[in-house]
Design a protein around this ligand. Structure first.
Ligand SMILES: [Zn+2]
Length: 185
């Protein structure tokens, strides 16, 4: 099986809201396998189905050192606080920006069997990834969350000083900016 290519901005499938998953049959885990393969192939920590051209409300997230998580029909129920973070996207390759994200997010979602779950994430990469992927599923990109219009730059160049100063490092994230797209989603 070939790895599915990842759609690039501004392909229309990325800016349209996806459709709710209503059928929980064997096609769903098969699609998830393709998504995981595409995400890992691009060294991403998350991928939404519309990033491989499938307009369904479904995403995968794989935080380093943790099991891969699957979210069917995920919805942000509430969010609190604000923090500034570097962010990249597998659909906007070669760029990185400084975005404003929530400190704490609460989501509801279904698993591959259709069972309902809730999850709260706070101050971590999972919280950031959930906002990023749920954004994708609603047709939004991280570009809409930049702290300023010019708070985006080529990954190879790194952030200009005014943004580098504003960044608060997360404990687990001590990679150099030129280490590649490991925090892209
Ligand atoms: Zn993305």
């Amino acid at each position: 099986m070939d790895v599915r290519p990842i759609c690039q901005f501004p392909e229309p499938v990325l800016t349209r809201k996806t459709l709710k998953v209503t059928t929980f049959d064997a096609s769903l885990p098969a699609l998830v396998e393709e998504m995981i393969e595409a995400m890992r192939g691009a060294n991403g920590v998350g991928l939404a189905a519309n990033q491989i051209g499938v307009p369904l409300m479904l995403c995968v997230i794989e935080i380093p050192e943790e099991d891969v998580r699957v979210f069917v029909n995920p919805e942000l129920i509430s969010h609190e606080g604000e923090r500034k973070l570097y962010e990249g996207c597998l659909s906007v390759t070669g760029y990185q920006g400084l975005v404003s994200r929530s400190e704490r997010v609460k989501v509801r979602y279904q698993d591959l069997q259709g069972r309902k779950h809730r999850l709260t994430a706070k101050d971590n990469l999972l919280a950031q990834a959930l906002e990023h992927e749920i954004g994708h599923l609603n047709g939004h990109l991280y570009l809409e969350h930049l702290v300023a219009r010019d708070a985006i730059w080529k990954l190879s160049e790194g952030p200009p000083p005014q943004y580098a100063r504003e960044h608060t490092d997360e404990p687990d994230d001590d990679e150099a900016p030129d280490d590649g797209p490991s925090t892209e989603k």
